[in-house]
Design a binder for this molecule. Structure first.
Ligand SMILES: [Fe+2]
Ligand SMILES: [Fe+2]
Length: 202
């Protein structure tokens, strides 16, 4: 079985976002940025929550400490872009996508740890896919600076997706994680397909 290390983040996904999403999202980029800022904030918070819940897992604590710092950095970059546009962050409207995925987490402590890590991997992979679509649409419109910024975020989230899979493999092994990831990725495709196309990251 191939480890996630050798696969691009998009390869974790079982569906592709509709081609109608990116043009609509770029037309309302400020709304995308507001949701995006909250996504980065929540990515940092959930990494810290995993550190809080698994302090004995030295590799996890080390890797997610770095990741949380990077996500806060992303949050600050997104917020600076909002600030430059004279826009405030706005309230976090919640994330039905992430909430639906978290409902799939199994209760047994070992399964729970694997599933929480794999849900994070899928969220990273979907974010990575969406950043790629934004980057391509922005490049098409000649917005080179913004497109380059999204390219940077895209590769960072791809690395995060692979990291979460690797941490899950450390708990349950490559084979079990591959099988569970396939199940969760199929569920993720259903969830993402049931949500309306909106100027949001997910
Ligand atoms: Fe990020
Ligand atoms: Fe990330």
């Amino acid at each position: 079985m191939t480890s996630a290390r050798q696969r691009p983040a998009d390869a974790l996904l079982r569906s592709s976002t509709s081609s109608a999403w990116a043009p609509q999202a770029v037309d309302q980029l400020e709304l995308v940025l507001m949701d995006h800022a909250h996504c980065e904030k929540k990515a940092a918070a959930s990494a810290l929550a995993l550190i809080n819940d698994y302090p004995e897992d030295t590799e996890l604590v080390h890797a997610l400490g770095h990741l949380a710092e990077e996500e806060v950095g992303h949050f600050r970059q997104v917020h600076e872009r909002l600030r430059a546009r004279g826009a405030a962050l706005g309230r976090d409207g919640g994330d039905p996508y992430a909430r639906a995925l978290l409902k799939l987490v199994r209760p047994h402590p070992r399964d729970r740890k694997v599933d929480r890590l794999l849900v994070c991997a899928l969220i990273e992979a979907r974010s990575c896919e969406r950043f790629r679509l934004l980057r391509e649409e922005l490049a098409r419109r000649g917005e080179a600076e913004l497109a380059a910024w999204y390219r940077h975020l895209e590769s960072s989230e791809a690395g995060h997706g692979a990291l979460f899979v690797r941490l899950a493999e450390g708990v349950a092994g490559v084979e079990e994680v591959g099988a569970r990831l396939a199940q969760l990725a199929a569920e993720e495709a259903t969830i993402v397909g049931s949500l309306p196309l909106a100027p949001r990251v997910h």
